[in-house]
Ligand binder design. Structure first.
Ligand SMILES: [Zn+2]
Length: 332
């Protein structure tokens, strides 16, 4: 098969488009013919070596995949060749303490499609059958791959600050918070993304390059501060996000796109009884719920641009340049 892979760490220029070993479905696994694969920020960390692929190089990125069932490994039932599917990207063992508690996303042997294993920047990809969900006819392959993979723990009327509306996590979090009935403010890095952010449902949009988001959060809430910040940048954004919270507020950390590190002013955390909540991914069940919301039109997949797989290098550069508003997709 053809794949866009890399054998050295670096920037977009390290991505090669060429022949690559075909995946073979072993017991309990399914090979999927990729119809669309979204770029995710974790791909950039795998590429540049901040998060080296556990199985080494060469490696194929791509964790958000839709396609059709190509072949079934021994013992797989309930799926048919040609069936339209979406892959839930989190792998868990099903046997450890956390899996048995039902907390599969913190499995001690947890791994992601496109990180622990080769992913979807390819014509074919394989995954455990347990990770394969039918993709409803009403959802296109492109929309399915751009599905907002985020979970929300907010309530109607709460105020939420979502960092970086233009990113996949940001655009999903804004919509999901709105779906919960929360009020949302968000940040963008350029004024031409303001209308896009408003269109997703953000009430107040701040350009973080020219405005101070902490000041703006205070102003927007009448000096109170917001109930929830959804933070996925790291560094100074993480550090300052805590200052935007009101008492009993929650800082949700769901990624570290700029840096894995962030300082915390502990005085704010204990004196305001704040919570810092880490989260990686929803569950298979939550993905099912999100698909239902998509079918019903309550959520929109936000597709920025579709690139042919052979142009993966350009697609990655587009994301590294932060030009995207929503998801960037590769289509073989
Ligand atoms: Zn486990």
């Amino acid at each position: 098969m053809k794949a866009a892979y890399f054998k050295e760490h670096g920037g977009a220029e390290k991505i090669l488009y060429d022949d690559y070993r075909d995946p073979v479905a072993e017991a309990g696994e399914v090979v999927v013919r990729v119809r669309a694969c979204a770029l995710n920020h974790v791909d950039m960390l795998l590429l540049d070596g901040r998060f080296p692929p556990p199985e080494g190089l060469p490696h194929v990125n791509g964790c958000e995949v839709t396609g059709t069932v190509e072949s079934l490994g021994p013992g797989v039932a309930g799926l048919e060749r040609g069936q339209r599917v979406i892959i839930f990207p989190g792998f868990s063992c099903g046997r450890c303490e956390y899996c048995l508690r039902g907390e599969r996303t913190v499995c001690v042997r947890y791994g992601y499609l496109g990180a622990a294993k080769d992913g979807g920047y390819a014509e074919l990809v394989k995954a455990p059958a347990a990770n394969i969900l039918p993709l409803p006819e009403a959802i296109s392959f492109e929309a399915g791959a751009a599905v907002p993979l985020a979970k929300a723990e907010c309530r109607p009327g709460q105020t939420v600050l979502v960092q970086a509306a233009g990113s996949g996590v940001g655009s999903a979090a804004i919509q999901i918070a709105r779906l919960c009935g929360a009020r949302v403010m968000t940040t963008v890095g350029s004024d031409d993304k303001i209308d896009f952010a408003r269109g997703l449902g953000a009430e107040h949009v701040v350009n973080y390059r020219t405005q101070d988001f902490v000041e703006e959060a205070r102003r927007w809430t009448g000096k109170r501060g917001v109930d929830i910040v959804v933070e996925h940048i790291g560094g100074e954004t993480f550090e300052r996000s805590v200052l935007a919270l009101t008492r009993l507020g929650t800082l949700v950390t769901i990624g570290s796109h700029d840096t894995h590190w962030g300082r915390l002013d502990l005085r704010h955390v204990y004196s305001k009884n704040l919570r810092v909540l880490g989260t990686n991914l929803g569950s298979v069940l939550e993905l099912g719920t999100i698909l239902e919301h998509l079918v019903a039109g309550r959520l929109q997949a936000v597709v920025d641009r579709v690139f042919p797989l052979r142009d993966a290098r350009a697609a990655v550069q587009h994301v590294l340049d932060r030009k995207n508003r929503g998801k960037v997709l590769l289509v073989p």
